[in-house]
Design a protein around this ligand. Structure first.
Ligand code: FEO
Length: 163
């Protein structure tokens, strides 16, 4: 069964939201580069790539169900923060917002009795649990590290190893 216009248009908005996430994480990466936290900058580029992959998964889903993909303009992302902890706190809060969007999508799929979309979305529901956990773990570590330069350097090194 072809995807309905309503569902396709809702997923189109989510494609833009995922690409906006990528844009935000790239902006965070640029800030880390400016501040010379190369490991954090690397982690954010990897995160941005994941968001593009999320967008593309939606893109192919709409196409494979006979829907039309229509991209929207992306808003300019925030580009200045004060500390690495501020950046990761924003990233965590951003992920909480994305989770809300995914949950709204699930509700819409149910309301439209679109089982294929509802089942497809379970991957994103699981992914959001992971995304929230990953970012919150870094925020918690940064809280423990406080102002310790050594602690920050160690964390930066660790984040630089993200594959
Ligand atoms: Fe695509 Fe980070 O959620």
């Amino acid at each position: 069964m072809k995807i309905s216009k309503t569902m396709a248009s809702t997923i189109n908005k989510q494609i833009s939201a995922e690409l906006s996430s990528a844009y935000l994480y790239l902006s965070m990466s640029a800030w880390f580069e400016r501040e010379n936290w190369r490991g954090c900058a690397h982690w954010m580029v990897k995160q941005a790539n994941e968001e593009i992959a999320h967008a593309m998964k939606f893109f192919h889903f709409v196409v494979s169900r006979g829907g039309i993909v229509e991209l929207e303009a992306l808003p300019k992302p925030k580009s200045a923060w004060v500390t690495p902890k501020d950046v990761f706190t924003d990233a965590y809060e951003h992920e909480l917002e994305v989770t809300k969007l995914i949950n709204i999508l699930v509700s819409k799929a149910r309301k439209n009795e679109d089982t294929a979309t509802e089942l497809f979305l379970t991957w994103y529901v699981d992914e959001q649990v992971e995304e929230e956990d990953n970012t919150l773990e870094i925020v918690t570590t940064l809280e423990k590290v406080g102002d310790s330069k050594n602690g920050l350097v160690m964390l930066d090194r660790g984040l630089g190893k993200r594959e």
